[in-house]
Design a protein around this ligand. Sequence first.
Ligand code: KIV
Length: 311
Amino acid sequence: MSSGARSHTAPPPSERRPVSLPRLAEMKENGEPIVMVTAYDYPSAQVAEAAGVDVVLVGDSAAMVVLGLPGTEQVSMEEMVVLGKAVRRGLRTPLMVGDLPMGSYEASNELAVQSAQRLVKETGCQTVKLEAGGIAVERARAIVRSGIPVMGHIGLTPQTATALGGYKAQGKTAASAIKLCEEALALQSVGCFAIVFEAVPAAITETIVEKLHIPSIGIGAGPATSGQVLVFHDLLGITTGHMAKFVKRYADLHETMVEAVGRYGEEVRSGHFPEPDHVYSVEPAELDEFRRYLDQESLASAKAWEWEPLP
Ligand code: KIV
């Protein structure tokens, strides 16, 4: 936390109210940082709920961290719907944002509205997110006009990472920073309720967010945004391998999980699991009767089922 910054805490669970769009706007106005995290299933949503985060994104990063795909381009609407439905069941208070996957909104305003409606109706998310400026600004306008709130996303936009030259920071030249600023202002002007800034130099983000009256959420964009977002699996250390510069790990759950599953395997192999605490008991009288049955009657009745060759 920079010097002079005020510390804010999440309200206790009993005092938490569902997070609305006006509440997010109020948080931006009051300088209360907005906490956003991704979730992809029921348990990750329950964790976000219990931790008191403000916004949960069912991100298309699921493609990589849940489905093991090389990028976000291949995740389908059907897959996003399955994940979103599970997340909904684990959430009560955070605002839920459904990510529109690549191919579900670019081709036309009609497709964009249909896809946004499908995510809202089938998963129960209250808002949707789409990526980049350009044609996405028109799509955002159409979705907002249809009555569904839209979160924009500029900077490193993974769905179009190939066209951007790979997974690298954006806005590092004056020309690129101007483009980002124009995209942010355009997304704001068509009614987006917030914008994600991904992998943008802190000083560029700071200059752009000064011009915005809507909340901004950063991921690798410095401290000037109204809030921060991280990918659930990255911050918990569930993902392994190369991590983006902006990821801070708050746990190393991969190691913890490997160690736990390894110990389970050892205990099964050595006969130390299950222990008496993990087994069900039966009344001795019932057990005796069962054994008597097996000794006397079952053999007789089993004879009736003996296989006889066809004549
Ligand atoms: O899909 C995702 O997880 C995202 C966040 C990185 C903002 O878009």
